[in-house]
Design a protein around this ligand. Sequence first.
Ligand code: GUN
Length: 287
Amino acid sequence: MFVIDGKSIADKVQDEIVAETLKIAQAGESRPNLAIILIGEREDSKLYVSLKQREAVKVGIDTNLYKFEEDAKEEEILQAVGFLNNDPSIDAILIQLPLPAHLNTDKILAAMDPLKDADGFLENKPDYVLSPVIASILRVLSEIAFAPQGKTACILHNSEIFGQTVKDSLAKFGLQINLVSLQGFEAKSADEQKKLFLSAQAKCLSADLIVSALGLPEFIDDTFVKDGAVIIDIGISKVEGKTKGDADFEALAGKKVWLTPVPGGIGPMTIAMLFKNVLAIYQHRKK
Ligand code: GUN
């Protein structure tokens, strides 16, 4: 198995951003500025936000945190988003998800100026902004010189929107794509699970590229892959305190495959890709 080191690719992406932010500093311009909206007290969200703030410092991007109480009113958040949309010193906006249940996530996200959408969530976002996960997948493929023309991919997903977004992005490169939904897998009967498992296994076995975003720990074992396959693992689960991906690392270790591990694969790359978006948004705003 060839393990794809997401951390070292992320370091490279960070270096590319720094090269640009240095030029900005040398020109005496103000640094790119990302506004982060954090609502409530979820420990995981607070952790992700502090990680983003810490990483931003390393690449010469400023962040401003707008923190709201768990019981914040929708109107209050919409007002803040409107204010940030109109604040010329703010280049990009990130609204940390998930939001507390009483808030309408779609409505709040849709209130963002699509030209400031750092996550690339909005349909009418500009084409220089890509979802950080998609950008990370494409970057991995480019780093390992994967030649997509005429090859086949299998995307295992549990969200139609996500599966379709990955499919659309990969289809542009000439890949033949099989989308396999395993939505609700864990709630199904043993018989139905077996059927779904066998169907996913068969489709993966013929694939040159497998992208998996299931959150089913160690679902993909050595019976899913052919020699030379590339596995991009976006699933994250916790098993007895340990972080696991959708791919069974141990079972695949003896196979001739490429794998982005969890942890250490796509995860470390996504924050770097988020800042690539912030930089691209900044550069387009200056034009
Ligand atoms: N919560 C978990 N992942 C993400 C992400 O990529 N962006 C935002 N805004 N919130 C998240």
